[in-house]
Design a protein around this ligand. Structure first.
Ligand code: SF4
Ligand code: MG
Length: 300
């Protein structure tokens, strides 16, 4: 892959802001796991776009990606399996002033929580969603998920996954999304650039990250991903505003097209179509009236 554009000197001048996202929690990911680079790229993007840890809410699903919840400083919530999107949607509706980021793996997103994905796209909630697609249920020791390629061996499928896999981007693009991109965990610069742009999208930004899992996914390696990835900016005439161009390109298995595949800037997000909130200057979280329940609790 080419076209890395992350400005290293710009980042080095912001080392303090970068370190503000540091925690002292023990790392539990395996050596070589793509989650390291994804979280690094997210931190870089947040710093370069001027987000401090107290301006961001990061919602994590269950899975190896979810174990990143205590490895980054800031407001983080580690929710139920497959339910990170309704959790993030509730948070951003309550407090639209926060930048809300949700992370989930392929098992959580497309096996457990695919219903929530459909509605997040339909409602265009203002959420940056990082889909960590390592093509297996890694936290529970490498069972096949619905993105495991058909025929690939997994701990739950010793003879190879029997069913056709789901193409996540084909599914997402069929639902009239407002922002769709693909990147790879093997290229931190590229991830950073995609995240930086997606942070400013006002609706639901779906980022497909093909994530290496050297422990359980032996075919999707760093060298293979780097060889396969091809940025759509390198294609003559690719138009990221043309959803049919995006729908066509995600059906191509090799090379793997990366970059911003589709962007609809005109679509109104969920908050913009809530007519009953027109002219309201406060956020719902500011309208909550605190109640003192101590008398009630003492009486129990
Ligand atoms: Fe990463 Fe895979 Fe290890 Fe999970 S099992 S931490 S995804 S390498
Ligand atoms: Mg997975």
């Amino acid at each position: 892959m080419t076209l890395p554009t992350t400005n290293g000197s710009e980042l080095s001048q912001k080392a303090d802001q970068y370190m503000a996202y540091e925690t002292e929690e023990v790392i539990t990911w395996c050596g070589g796991c793509g989650n390291f680079a994804i979280q690094n790229a997210l931190r870089r993007a947040l710093v370069l776009e001027g987000f401090a840890p107290d301006e961001v809410l990061m919602c994590f699903d269950i899975g190896c990606s979810g174990n990143g919840s205590d490895k980054i400083e800031g407001y983080t919530i580690h929710g139920l399996h497959g339910r990170v999107l309704p959790l993030a949607a509730g948070a951003v509706i309550a407090n639209p002033k926060m930048k809300v980021i949700a992370s989930a793996g392929d098992g959580a997103t497309l096996n457990e929580g695919v219903n929530h994905l459909i509605h997040a796209i339909r409602s265009d909630y203002p959420i940056l969603f990082l889909h960590h697609d390592n093509q297996n249920f890694a936290l529970t020791t490498g069972q096949a998920s619905c993105t495991t390629p058909q025929g690939c061996k997994a701990n739950s499928a010793p003879d190879g996954a029997p069913e056709e896999s789901i193409n996540p981007l084909s599914l997402v693009l069929s639902q009239d999304p407002s922002f769709v991109a693909r990147t790879i965990s093997s290229d931190t610069d590229h991830m950073t650039e995609i995240f930086r742009k997606a942070l400013h999208h006002k609706g639901f930004a779906f980022i497909e990250i093909l994530q290496t899992c050297p422990t359980y996914n032996k075919h999707m390696t760093d060298p293979w991903l780097l060889e396969q990835a091809k940025e759509v900016r390198e294609l003559p005439d690719y138009d990221a505003q043309d959803i049919w161009a995006a729908r066509k390109i995600v059906e191509i298995a090799e090379p793997i097209h990366t970059g911003i595949l589709y962007h609809n800037r005109d679509r109104k997000n969920f908050l913009e179509v809530m007519k009953h909130r027109d002219e309201v200057q406060t956020t719902p979280v500011e309208e909550v009236r605190p109640y003192d329940l101590s008398d009630v609790l003492e009486a129990l």
